[in-house]
Write a protein that binds this ligand. Structure first.
Ligand code: NAD
Length: 351
């Protein structure tokens, strides 16, 4: 297969980790006889410095025309002034909107060799933790009407049935390929928009017989995630609840450098690690590239239908970790860490 991949390295460690993800994709290319054309474009702080805007039109254009977009991370202290007119994360929001990515998919998984990294007790995490949070990304309170006057401020949560239907279908499809249990998380005891959410999910569920839907209130879900995490498999939720729960779920794995994400729904999918540009360790070749590498694996699976190739990457990551190799963030005391590039090379060797 021939695929065009737009690559945005971004800022800070984005550059180092993306290089390793591309190294792994090149290995897949040769091993499985594919052709990947990589088109590098700029976004974030580096684009602000060069063009005065976080996402130049031609960067977005290349991304739109590509079969998928691989992103490192953007931002850094140089551009962090919250009052600045142009900021790196404007690029992110514009890119997601420009690609019409309404579904954010975040797997959170504890790799067995890293079980000690979880802040949860072995007796709780022992049942395993391997979930996917499906978060609605372009609607809800972050996009509703908001305002402020001398007495106060307001934000509005508004969802259309169509917005809920389309994100629900994404979640049902994912659940269908896994344990066939879907937790739909809302606040239907208080919010009208959540009642619409619940009714709509129930209606869509008729299209997916055999998948069990469990409705859960968000406060309970936040508690259950740390009390009994293995009950979950796929969580479907709104923009704001998903923002919070996916961060909570990621912390259960204990390692931000391991977690990938996909934003899909439009023609072109966007794949990126969940972490930022980590300016504190940038340029030192010590960042963990696994989140970026697993983001590339998600791209192969979800945008190109290359399940076997994606699984090969996952197995290679597991193998390297089982043999005890760790970057500094997951090494723990007394364990000699490998560098970003060494980790990338070792994963390639095991594919
Ligand atoms: P961060 O995720 O960059 O870093 C948080 C901590 O985790 C740091 O100590 C960092 O060293 C560590 N870390 C992150 N990724 C790592 C990896 N792969 N390997 C090893 N350690 C890793 O979050 P932050 O410090 O809050 O933000 C730094 C910059 O990144 C800010 O400018 C912020 O706006 C930006 N940011 C960008 C994105 C994105 O591009 N999607 C997301 C979050 C933050």
């Amino acid at each position: 297969m021939t695929k065009n991949i737009a690559v945005i390295e971004g800022d800070g460690i984005g550059i180092e980790i993306t290089a390793e993800a591309v190294r792994v994709l090149k290995k897949i290319e040769s091993k499985y006889n594919h052709t990947f054309n990589f088109h590098y474009v700029e976004m974030g702080g580096c684009a602000i410095d060069k063009y005065g805007t976080a996402l130049p039109d031609f960067s977005l254009d290349v991304c739109r025309k590509a079969d998928a977009v691989l992103l490192g991370a953007v931002g850094g202290p140089k551009w962090d002034d919250p009052t600045a007119k142009v900021r790196p994360e404007q690029g992110l929001l514009a890119l997601r909107a420009g690609l019409e990515c309404f579904a954010n998919i975040r797997p959170a998984k504890v790799y067995k060799p890293l079980a000690d990294a979880s802040p949860l007790k072995a007796s709780i995490i022992g049942g395993g933790f391997d979930i996917i949070v499906v978060r609605e990304l372009t609607g809800g309170i972050y996009f509703g009407e908001s305002g402020r006057d001398e007495k106060g401020a307001f934000d509005t949560e508004r969802y259309s049935m169509e917005e809920v239907e389309r994100i629900a279908r994404v979640a049902f499809k994912i659940a269908g390929g896994r344990r066939r249990v879907l937790h739909s998380v809302d606040k239907a005891n208080v919010l009208e928009s959540s009642r619409l959410w619940r009714e709509t999910v129930a209606r869509v569920s008729k299209e997916y017989p055999g998948i069990e839907v469990i409705n859960m209130l968000v406060d309970n879900a936040a508690m259950q995630l740390v009390r009994n995490p293995s009950q979950f498999d796929v969580i479907l939720t709104s923009n704001m609840f998903g923002d919070i729960l996916s961060d909570e779920a990621s912390q259960i794995t204990g390692s931000i450098g391991m977690l990938a994400s996909a934003s899909v729904g439009g023609k072109t999918g966007l794949y990126e690690p969940i972490h930022g540009s980590a300016p504190d360790i940038a340029g030192k070749n010590i960042a963990n590239p696994i989140a970026a590498i697993l983001s590339a694996a998600m791209m192969l699976d979800m945008s190109f239908g290359m399940k076997e190739e994606a699984n090969a990457i996952d197995r290679a990551v597991n193998s390297v970790l089982s043999d005890g190799y760790r970057t500094a963030d997951i090494a723990g005391e007394g364990v000699a860490a490998v560098s970003t590039s060494e980790m990338g090379k070792m994963i390639c060797e095991r594919i």
